[in-house]
Design a protein around this ligand. Sequence first.
Ligand SMILES: *[C@@H]1O[C@H](CO)[C@@H](O)[C@H](O)[C@H]1NC(C)=O
Ligand SMILES: *[C@@H]1O[C@H](CO)[C@@H](O)[C@H](O)[C@H]1NC(C)=O
Ligand SMILES: *[C@@H]1O[C@H](CO)[C@@H](O)[C@H](O)[C@H]1NC(C)=O
Ligand SMILES: *[C@@H]1O[C@H](CO)[C@@H](O)[C@H](O)[C@H]1NC(C)=O
Ligand SMILES: *[C@@H]1O[C@H](CO)[C@@H](O)[C@H](O)[C@H]1NC(C)=O
Ligand SMILES: *[C@@H]1O[C@H](CO)[C@@H](O)[C@H](O)[C@H]1NC(C)=O
Ligand SMILES: *[C@@H]1O[C@H](CO)[C@@H](O)[C@H](O)[C@H]1NC(C)=O
Ligand SMILES: *[C@@H]1O[C@H](CO)[C@@H](O)[C@H](O)[C@H]1NC(C)=O
Length: 555
Amino acid sequence: MKGLVAGFSIGILVIVCIVTAAQYTTSLKYPSVTVDIQGQGSVLGDFDTTLWTNQKYMQFRGIPYAESPRGKLRFKAPVARLPWRQIFDATRYGRRCPVITTVSNLTAQELKADLEDCLNLSVFTKDLITKRPVMFYIYGGGFYNGSASDHPPKHLLEKDIVLVVSQYRVGALGWLTTFTHDMPGNAPFMDILLALKWVQDHISDFGGDPDNVTVFGQSAGAAMTSALLLSPKSTGLFKRVIVQSGSILGHWAINSDPRKQTERICEALNCGVCKRNDELYDCLSKATVLDILEVTQAEDFALVINDVYGNLPEHPIELMKSYNRSIPVMTGFTKDDGSFVLATYYDGMKAAIGNMSLVKVRQFADGIMNLVNDRTRLSNNLLTRLLFTPQILNGTAHKEALPAYFDLCTTIYIKSPVIALTTQLKEKNLADIYLYSFDYEGQNTRFGYELGNEHYPFNGGVHHSNDNIYLFSTHSLNDNDTRMAQKMVELWTSFAIDGIPSSSEGPPILPMNSPSGPYFHINNEITISNDVLDELTSTLDDPDNKKIDRENIEF
Ligand SMILES: *[C@@H]1O[C@H](CO)[C@@H](O)[C@H](O)[C@H]1NC(C)=O
Ligand SMILES: *[C@@H]1O[C@H](CO)[C@@H](O)[C@H](O)[C@H]1NC(C)=O
Ligand SMILES: *[C@@H]1O[C@H](CO)[C@@H](O)[C@H](O)[C@H]1NC(C)=O
Ligand SMILES: *[C@@H]1O[C@H](CO)[C@@H](O)[C@H](O)[C@H]1NC(C)=O
Ligand SMILES: *[C@@H]1O[C@H](CO)[C@@H](O)[C@H](O)[C@H]1NC(C)=O
Ligand SMILES: *[C@@H]1O[C@H](CO)[C@@H](O)[C@H](O)[C@H]1NC(C)=O
Ligand SMILES: *[C@@H]1O[C@H](CO)[C@@H](O)[C@H](O)[C@H]1NC(C)=O
Ligand SMILES: *[C@@H]1O[C@H](CO)[C@@H](O)[C@H](O)[C@H]1NC(C)=O
């Protein structure tokens, strides 16, 4: 094989002479492997083992696929990485794309580094020669956060697949646009497209099959993944997709006024004149990374419609009308996917009002619904009627309203956009569409993320991102959770291998044959249901729903 220039566990002596001292000290203790990426250069990787059966795999972390998007390249479409001569040390993850929590902690000296140099990807593989199915992961993080290093592969590599986790730009440094060539828009989406092209060109050097690529993404990554389905720019780059807990049809997936946001951020940077496109670009291209991150902490980012390069030439609803690709899709949500929204909203309300018995349930619910811009208020009115009794609505018994708050947040943020995606794809009848609800409550949760969740008067239920606890080896798992992880890995990799999710236990999983189902529940057992609209009131209808209440904490 041309791709393989040095066998397993040899090559250290050669490499020592080439890489700098700082780089080889970390890899010296371990066997290493070098791959020659055709047309790019060589990368040095190392080994690790899978969690359950101790299979050895190779990892090449932080392989650059694009030039650093700094200086004149900031905001621009990514530029493919020029070939390199020396062996590139890919034994550690590269830096994550700039996020305030990381950058605000850097010393003055560290701030001088090229903080934007983050466009790299990591490849995990057990075999450099076989052509194995490729799973390409797009992380979430609200379009402002996320990194490859948050997604370790020790579960997924139990199966015979090649995993690629690509980084992409996040926050203002990625998403700002004036719809001009200086700031074309959707740069992070183009990062992902370039990384997918890299996979087409180079993954066979790592034992991957470029004709067998499954893209999977979660949350903001799910918005990106479903945008890939609809974008005219992604033809031929993948065969299947998995869309976890989000969709491009969510109101939060599209930035409704990006031009105004760019002006606002320019003004916050005190640049003086912030009206004309060239003024905006002049200001924003010269601002430091830290300054931009500091003034954008309260901004929301998302994809934009009608970017200069035509990645999303129309609203996704319009693109859906002419959609004609036969790509199998598996998509779904976690049972309480929107409890993170309730938590954030609760924090804001609590800070503003203090004593929540001053707020009626109707006001509280209205505030949640107003996060979505439904000008007709049709959905607001219907949701209010369906989820709340008149008595609860007119009082301040927030604890009694908790199940309805859960269903409200989960429906408008995640379940409805996901169901809208599946029903519209299903109507096309071009390929199999699978839908799941992840219902398993394990020992770990992402509720509260890094900030803790102890102060909330409710717990997070089956929280947003809890499915990923089982796909990626981020937590230490007890026996039951490990069984769930094995089940998730079976389901995800089987879909990636042949387009049909399957599990060694449980009933066969069928694609949808109507807009309502069938769909499957992932829990200790896999079960099949037939009317997905039942999921819109899954917490209200749960006889055991008192368990989301933390009785000892006042609302
Ligand atoms: C990450 O990618 C950039 C290129 O975009 C590269 O310069 C950097 O060295 C990469 N890898 C590591 C391990 O830092
Ligand atoms: C970004 O993600 C990292 C890792 O999950 C986390 O530690 C950090 O707090 C996050 N930053 C922000 C601003 O949310
Ligand atoms: C970063 O700085 C904050 C205070 O500014 C501190 O609380 C936090 O522990 C620091 N994090 C790291 C990783 O050093
Ligand atoms: C699919 O749709 C695209 C864009 O609308 C169009 O260019 C193409 O010809 C269509 N292909 C088929 C097979 O209908
Ligand atoms: C909030 O207000 C209610 C009624 O006005 C009162 O009974 C309750 O003690 C207050 N709670 C707190 C924490 O101040
Ligand atoms: C709502 O409650 C107020 C008193 O708090 C009462 O005057 C009013 O009649 C109630 N409305 C409904 C529709 O129950
Ligand atoms: C583990 O799973 C078994 C069977 O699914 C169940 O009966 C048991 O209660 C679970 N244990 C815990 C600690 O969740
Ligand atoms: C993808 O890979 C699997 C496993 O090697 C194989 O069975 C399948 O036929 C491949 N699919 C395509 C479309 O090449």
